[in-house]
Write a protein that binds this ligand. Structure first.
Ligand code: 5GP
Length: 209
């Protein structure tokens, strides 16, 4: 029989999806409706786009600053995506552990897998579009990308879906937003009830965590 996993407090929740599947909207809603949830604001070397704000969407830094953060061990994971660096702050993990809260990471599949290697209790959720046609339609509707960018994103989406579906713990299909959100919420509620995540020390039961 395998050894029981010793679960650390807090829930590290990773949401990944091909772009256009709607994961950021799902993540933001979850953040709003989950007590003790923290959204992990990644650090990136890419420039802000459109209405993106420093400290809200990302922390925007130059390459030298990013390198020094790597050297100081400030990232739980970092990766190069489309020629830019992106990293998730270790402090988000530390806060979730200390407060028994929920840390939400809106990152790519390689980032999710890196977090799982370091923190096997992390929960990885992959958000799928209902079809490739619908994904392409959503990307076109955003009217932010050129035909060439859309073609590139569609190619990347195929391999991301293959990786995500085989490596992640849960799959949520975002065909109807409300239904997809309620499935995501159900995963968070169930994972919060796992032995080890429930803070038994708060109860007067005479047993430990
Ligand atoms: P964008 O530049 O479009 O905001 O993001 C590009 C890709 O990088 C997306 O798939 C996004 O999920 C991913 N990403 C954003 N932040 C991080 C991060 O901290 N780590 C990793 N591994 N990927 C990230």
């Amino acid at each position: 029989m395998s050894e029981p996993t010793i679960r650390q407090p807090g829930l590290l929740l990773v949401l990944s999806a091909p772009s256009g599947a709607g994961k950021t909207t799902l993540a933001r809603r979850l953040l709003k409706e989950t007590p003790q949830a923290h959204f992990s604001i990644s650090v990136t070397t890419r420039r802000p786009r459109g209405k993106e704000q420093e400290g809200v969407d990302y922390h925007f830094v130059d390459v030298a600053t990013f390198q020094s953060k790597i050297e100081r061990g400030e990232f739980v994971e970092w990766a190069e995506v489309h020629g830019h660096f992106y990293g998730s702050p270790q402090s988000t993990v530390d806060v979730a552990r200390a407060q028994r809260g929920v840390a939400i990471f809106d990152i790519d599949v390689q980032g999710g897998q890196a977090i799982k290697r370091k923190h096997p209790d992390a929960v990885l959720i992959f958000v799928l579009p209902p079809s490739m046609e619908e994904l392409e339609r959503r990307l076109r509707d955003r009217q932010t990308d050129s035909d060439e960018t859309i073609r590139r994103r569609m190619l990347t989406a195929r391999s991301e879906i293959e990786h995500g579906v085989s490596a992640y713990d849960y799959v949520v299909v975002n065909d109807d937003f409300e239904r997809a959100y309620s499935e995501l919420r159900a995963v968070v509620v169930a994972e919060g009830c796992r032995r080890g995540r429930v803070d038994l020390s708060r109860l007067k039961l005479g047993v430990g965590t």
